[in-house]
Design a protein around this ligand. Sequence first.
Ligand code: PLP
Length: 371
Amino acid sequence: LMYLDHLASTPLDPAVLEEMLPWMGVAAAGNPHAAGHRRGWRAAEAIERARGDVAALIGARAGEILFMSGATEANALALLGGVPEGWPVLCSAVEHPSVLACVGELARRGHATETLPVDAAGRVDPDAVRIDGPALVSVMAANNEVGTIQPVADLARRCRERGGLFHTDAVQALSTGLLDVAAMGIDLASLSGHKLYGPMGIGALYVRQGVAVRPLLFGGGQQGGQRPGTLPTALCVGLGAACRIARERGAADAARLRELRERLFAVLADGVPGLRRNSPSAEGMGLAGCLHVAVPGLDAADRLLDLPELALSTGSACSSGEGGPSHVLLAMGRSVEDAFGSIRIGLGRFTTAEEVDRAGALLVEALQRGS
Ligand code: PLP
């Protein structure tokens, strides 16, 4: 099976697994919050090292990182816990459902909310952020369906000028690119382990020093009470290792993936009449490993079931279960037909050129067969 669904989830890097394993055996038993013995202290040390590695990837300080169960929780804490009483809340039309649903909940709780439109490439125009006073603005760093990279530094500046707070769901941007939260003026940022070759079930929220979040959970006071609960040592260590590796090789991975992506696109464009690209092609506008295309007349969900050798996606993992057309493609002005006739290919760190060539040939054959 060729795994080409890296925007849904990345495989665990074997080097990350190796660092995690010692924290999973009998010898690693010990609560990292246990004050009374060496086992607990050692686990706590490992977790704090990992916190430092997470912080280093995004230009933050260790004390600004809270470990979470994943980005869904990080987005919830940033939005539900981060918004001050009575502030308006703005987000883009192409956010992940875990952000959109929180903004919906804030509307039910009485906040004024606004959805920022995107252009045909899926980008938010910073000039469209029209706020007179403080607001919480949430725009993702990169989109999980079409890979569009957002101008987060400009958006954060707009927001700051009005005394507001800027949150970014940075989940998709971190395996191949760097986000510098300090330089970009970001107040809150969400991360997820299984999108950067780390483990599933762990993520983090960056909370800029001085920004207050109200906890969603209550308990033993761990992580300053902002996110209580016993931390999973092995998962925290894994997230830290994944962040350290992303920092070391993210730029090189991106350059290689961009080449593979263009190689695959050339094959598809050549072999499939009428194929159109939904993911941005301009340098710096889209994620290096993401290729999203629309094929006229295709009902992607049906046709791709015939390709058992390929794991790729006809939508995002999070909305494809619902069966509707992608809200991202519709917000970009695509037709419902295009939204159903699109496929998303996510290349990753371990994807080889041979796999790309083989996948290209298989896809061309399958797509020609039906059109
Ligand atoms: N945000 C984006 C952009 C995503 O792609 C995902 C993926 O699932 C999430 C949030 C949710 O992350 P998690 O699976 O860690 O809850």
